[in-house]
Design a protein around this ligand. Structure first.
Ligand code: HXC
Ligand code: NAP
Length: 284
C-alpha cells in the first residue's frame, strides 16, 4: 500500500514517538521519516530502540535518535526532551503511543496489575504531555499532540478494564487540552484504531490458543484487520500542517468494528438470502 501524503510533507519537523521501537509506533515513524521528519523513538528497551533506529535510517535515509525512557518516570521524559533539542533543535510533535495491556477477568487482577497499565498508558501520556506542553508554552512554540487510544475508550470493555480506564482518560486529556492549549497554538488529537496486527498486541490480547479461536476480522464489517500503512497515513496527516484546523478530534480507523458491535441488529447479517426470501413472503 502506498503512502498518502506528498513527498516532503513533514520536512523539517521533529517528532517524538513513545513506544516507537516496535509495532504501530515503528510503522508510523517509518512513514514520518519517509515524509522528511526527524524522529526520536523512546521505550524501555535500549537494544530494540537501537536496532529499529538503524533499520529505519537505512530504509529511509532519515535521522532517528533512540532514547531510553520509561514513560512512568517524569525525569526520564524531561531527559528525552533535552536530548531531542540537543540533536534536532525545536520539537514539533509528540505521538503518545506507548502502552501496556493484557486480557484478564478483572477480579483476577492484583492492584499492582491494574496500576502497571494505568501507569504506562494514562500516567505516561499525561507526563509526556505535561513536560512537552510546559516546554512549548515557555518557549512560545506551537506543537501537535497525537494520542493513540482505542474504540473502547468510549464504550469501555470487559477483560481489558485497566486499559479501558486509561484510554478513556487519555481521550479526556486530548479533548480538554485541545481547548485549553489552543491559545498557545498547541493542537491535540487522537486516533482510535481497531485491530492492527502487531506482535505486542497479538501476544497479549490473543495469547495461546485464542489466536485460533477468535479471528478479529470476523467482527469487522470490512472483514479484515487494518494495514499499518493505513494507520501511518492518518497519523502523518494529523501530524502535518495539512490538518492545522483539526483540533480535539478522535478519528476511528477500525473498518466499522465498534459501530457494528453496538448496532442492535448487526447480527442479522448471519441470515442467509433464502431466509430473507421466506420472511418477505410471510410479510406479503
Ligand atoms: C494478569 C498480569 C498479567 C496478565 C502481568 N500481570 N501480566 N496480571 N494477567 N497477563 C501482573 C503481574 O502479575 C504483576 O502483578 C503486574 O502485572 C506487573 O507485571 P510485570 O510482569 O512485573 O510488569 P512488566 O514486566 O513491567 O510488564 C508490563 C506489562 C507487559 C504491561 C505486563 O505486558 C508489557 O511490558 N507490555 C508492553 C507492551 C504491550 O503490552 N503492548 C500491547 C499493547 S496493545 P503482581 O501483583 O503479581 O506484582 C493495545 C491494544 C488495544 O493496547 C486494543 C486492541 C484492539
Ligand atoms: P507494541 O508493539 O507492544 O507497542 C507498545 C510500545 O510501548 C512498545 O514499544 C513498548 O516498548 C512501549 N512501552 C511499554 N511500556 C512502556 C513504558 N513504561 N515506557 C515506555 N515505553 C513503553 O503494541 P502496538 O500494537 O504497536 O501498540 C501501539 C499503540 O497502539 C498502543 O497505544 C496500543 O494501545 C494502540 N492500539 C493498538 C492496537 C492494535 O491492534 N495493535 C489497537 C488499538 C490501539 P518497551 O517494552 O521497550 O518499553
Amino acid at each position: 500500500m502506498d503512502g498518502m501524503l506528498k513527498s516532503g510533507s513533514l520536512h523539517g519537523k521533529t517528532i517524538i514517538i513513545t513506544g516507537g521501537g516496535t509495532g504501530l509506533g515503528k510503522s508510523m515513524g517509518k512513514y514520518m521519516l519517509e515524509l522528511g521528519a526527524n524522529l526520536v523513538i523512546t521505550s524501555r528497551k535500549k537494544e530494540v530502540l537501537e536496532n529499529t533506529a538503524a533499520e529505519l535510517e537505512s530504509q529511509t535515509g532519515g535521522k532517528v535518535l533512540p532514547v531510553v525512557c520509561d514513560v512512568r518516570k517524569y525525569e526520564e521524559i524531561v531527559h528525552v526532551i533535552k536530548e531531542t533539542e540537543k540533536e534536532f533543535g525545536q520539537i514539533h510533535g509528540v505521538l503518545n503511543n506507548a502502552a501496556g495491556n493484557f486480557i484478564s477477568p478483572t477480579e483476577r487482577l492484583s492492584h499492582r496489575a491494574f496500576d502497571i497499565i494505568v501507569d504506562i498508558v494514562l500516567k505516561g501520556t499525561y507526563y509526556m504531555t505535561l513536560a512537552m506542553g510546559k516546554n512549548w508554552i515557555e518557549k512560545n512554540q506551537p506543537g501537535t499532540f497525537l494520542n493513540i487510544v482505542t474504540t473502547y475508550a468510549w464504550t469501555g470493555s470487559g477483560y481489558v478494564v485497566p486499559s479501558a480506564c486509561s484510554k478513556a482518560g487519555v481521550l479526556a486529556l486530548t479533548r480538554s487540552l485541545a481547548v485549553e492549549w489552543a491559545k498557545y497554538k498547541i493542537r491535540s488529537n487522537a486516533i482510535a484504531p481497531g485491530p492492527f496486527p502487531t506482535e505486542g498486541a497479538w501476544s497479549r490480547l490473543l495469547p495461546g490458543e485464542l489466536v485460533q479461536k477468535f479471528d478479529p476480522a470476523e467482527r469487522i464489517p470490512l472483514k479484515r484487520v487494518g494495514e499499518h500503512q493505513e494507520l501511518a497515513n492518518l497519523a502523518a496527516y494529523l501530524m502535518s500542517d495539512y490538518s492545522a484546523y483539526i483540533n480535539g478530534e478522535v478519528i476511528t480507523i477500525d473498518g466499522g468494528e465498534w459501530l457494528r458491535n453496538g448496532g442492535e441488529f448487526s447480527h442479522l447479517e448471519a441470515i442467509p438470502e433464502k431466509m430473507w426470501d421466506m420472511l418477505e413472503k410471510t410479510r406479503k
